[in-house]
Write a protein that binds this ligand. Sequence first.
Ligand SMILES: C[S@@+](CC[C@H](N)C(=O)[O-])C[C@H]1O[C@@H](n2cnc3c(N)ncnc32)[C@H](O)[C@@H]1O
Length: 186
Amino acid sequence: MALSFADASFDVVWSIEAGPHMPDKAVFARELMRVLKPGGVLVVADWNQRDDRQIPLNYWEKPVMQQLLDQWSHPAFSSIEGFSELLAATGFVQGDVTTADWTEQTLPSWLDSIWQGIARPKGLVSFGGAGFIKSLREVPTILLMRLAFGAGLCRFGMFRARRSQTGAQESLASEQLTAGSRAVRG
Ligand SMILES: C[S@@+](CC[C@H](N)C(=O)[O-])C[C@H]1O[C@@H](n2cnc3c(N)ncnc32)[C@H](O)[C@@H]1O
């Protein structure tokens, strides 16, 4: 959440399936953008839930979502729309945040991850008895993830954002100026 890197350190920043662990998604978004150099590119690939501002979670989705959060110690999932808005709100983004839904493309990986454990057990066995049992305990959660992604409760989100040439404050000020001049022009 508080990266040890200085501002504007990297040409490219990427994050894969780590967002659900972040308790404050706005701070996470800001940190990702802060460490990018002006003109640098952020790519995020993440598990998200459906945007419940559009379609609230129903009677079975709520307990399934709670189970998914509890099982892997996730404080919360973002939605694709919500995290895109948080990236834009950092004031560091040049132009629009690009998003895509890769649920369909990533769906086979859930069952495949179970199948790989069966087809190639060497990796699992090498963790010893306790590790093997721990891996087996993952299976119900993986099946629940497959159910959630297949049923539209979860979505695999891709995000791309370019860091603006200016800092967050300057960028925000310029956006406000543009919005202000739009309002004045009516
Ligand atoms: C589902 S794994 C993804 C691992 C890896 N990115 C990959 O694609 O294989 C979730 C990752 O989130 C990381 N993580 C959890 N809490 C974190 C935090 N507060 N800051 C940074 N990373 C965190 C964990 O170390 C774990 O590697």
